[in-house]
Design a protein. Structure first.
Ligand code: ATP
Ligand code: MG
Length: 250
């Protein structure tokens, strides 16, 4: 089972939103998908239009306890972040292998960056979700400086909740592009339909099928599919590299 880790620098950037919709895109592409939440305060079910009071079963709970949303298996394992044996256990169970058919998307809250760092080296890909905002910009050079070259080589970035009508948001996005270069896999526009869908207890795809954020996050999911073939090897979006080098050449 290939593993994709969704993580970020700051809480509220849209990591869970991205993880849920990445899972939906991969599932629509034919993969058997599990989403694992390791958050103590879990909002993952809301992005699937499920009730807020729902408690997700453990990763290791039997199949009959599964919560399926549009065919996606939703699981929780809050102990994972403090469990030094979590990664070895998953390795023993055959996770972290290549292939597009079975995928686990792990939703890691920004505060659990130490856990993200432990699990990323074993994953097929990881998506770091950023907001185009000054506090993120202030953290980004430090985070890039702390990360190993190997981790950075594996990381793709997405800007979420981008408002191109605002100068600060636009300029912040440009600065992120400078810092992460071809590793920026895409951007997701700020879209009121995202919180509105949660308020209506509906998946975004049902509440607002023509939502701008939905189209953007689906495009990011589709661009990550090649990563599923490359376990343990650095990967970046080839289309983005080609686009970046041709724009440099121009
Ligand atoms: N593109 C977007 N446009 C508008 N609102 C968004 C967008 N993406 C996410 N949101 C909203 O931002 C809020 C935070 O999103 P989410 O829960 O995915 O963030 P997170 O990074 O997982 O936060 P946490 O730190 O709580 O885990 C939610 O209310 C969500 O509806
Ligand atoms: Mg979250």
């Amino acid at each position: 089972m290939a593993v994709i880790v969704c993580h970020g620098l700051k809480g509220g950037a849209g990591i869970t939103f991205a993880a849920a919709h990445l899972a939906m895109t991969l599932s629509e592409a034919g993969a058997e998908v599990t989403v694992l939440s390791v958050a103590q305060r879990d909002t993952l079910p809301l992005h699937f239009g499920l009730q807020p009071a729902l408690t997700l079963p453990s990763l290791f709970a039997p199949a009959e306890d599964a919560v399926l949303a549009s065919g996606i298996n939703l699981r929780s394992h809050t102990k994972a972040v403090d469990d030094a044996d979590f990664v070895p256990t998953l390795l023993d169970l055959g996770y972290f292998e290549a292939g597009p058919d079975r995928v686990m998307v792990i939703d890691v809250p920004a505060s659990e960056f130490a856990f993200a760092r432990r699990i990323i080296p074993h994953s097929s890909a990881n998506l770091c979700v950023l907001n185009a905002a000054p506090d993120t910009l202030a953290l980004l050079p430090q985070v890039l400086g702390d990360a190993s070259a190997e981790t950075i080589a594996r990381t793709t970035f997405a800007i979420n909740a981008l408002d191109e009508t605002r100068r600060l948001s636009r300029h912040s996005a440009a600065f992120i592009r400078e810092l992460v270069g071809p590793r920026l896999i895409g951007r997701i526009r700020l879209d009121e339909a995202v919180p509105e869908a949660i308020a209506m207890l509906q998946p975004l795809a049902r509440y607002a099928p023509s939502s701008a954020a939905l189209a953007d996050v689906r495009a990011i999911g589709a661009a990550m599919v090649p990563a599923l073939e490359t376990p343990g090897r650095p990967w970046v979006a080839r289309g983005e590299i080609a686009a970046a080098s041709s724009s440099r050449a121009a």
